[in-house]
Design a protein around this ligand. Structure first.
Ligand SMILES: O=c1ccn([C@H]2C[C@H](O)[C@@H](COP(=O)(O)O)O2)c(=O)[nH]1
Ligand SMILES: [Zn+2]
Length: 157
């Protein structure tokens, strides 16, 4: 029997990382993969513009006038994964490449997700992160940081 097969955590975070590769955001690509209690993938997503938002009409920059940045328009990876879900998310886990912002945290809590597994928390010093942690604690949603190395698919061009 092969002994070098990947763990469930690596597998699901790998799917989240693969999804992130679809993002057109030049600065921060985020991927999310939601898994139910039977370890079935029930939703995936990445940060992208809403349907109908043409690439030449919506910006991907992060500086300058607010309306000329991506921030008011981009749909976050977690929101897309939740909206793409094929069934109830009660009791499920979400694997995300970046710790969810406070807005995604609200959606995660309301959808019944009970665990967040994340890789990066590069915005951990922000007020939004503090708010997210406060809500997660109140809702008894647990969080776990994991590190997944580079997977070989990343090198496929
Ligand atoms: O919970 C989150 C937080 C952020 N994102 C997306 C939204 C943007 O496309 C980037 C963040 O851009 P920065 O320029 O690094 O602030 O990440 C997300 O999908 N989920
Ligand atoms: Zn978010």
């Amino acid at each position: 029997m092969r002994k070098s097969y990947i763990s469930w955590d690596d597998y699901f975070m790998g799917v989240a990382k693969l999804s992130a590769l679809r993002s057109k955001d030049p600065k921060t690509q985020v991927g999310a993969c939601i898994v139910n209690e039977d370890l079935r993938i029930v939703g995936i997503g990445y940060n992208g513009m809403p349907q109908g938002a043409k690439d030449d009409e919506f910006p991907w920059g992060s500086e300058g006038d607010y309306l000329d940045t991506k921030y008011p328009y981009v749909v976050h990876a977690e929101a897309n994964a939740i909206l793409n879900a094929t069934q109830s998310l009660k009791g499920s886990k979400i694997y995300v490449t970046l710790f969810p912002c406070n807005e995604c945290t609200k959606l995660i809590i309301q959808s019944g997700i009970k665990e967040i597994v994340f890789e990066s928390d590069k915005y951990q010093h922000t007020k939004e992160h503090q708010a997210a942690l406060k809500m997660l604690k109140a809702a008894h949603v647990t969080t776990r940081k994991i590190e997944v190395g580079e997977l070989s698919y990343v090198n496929i061009s």
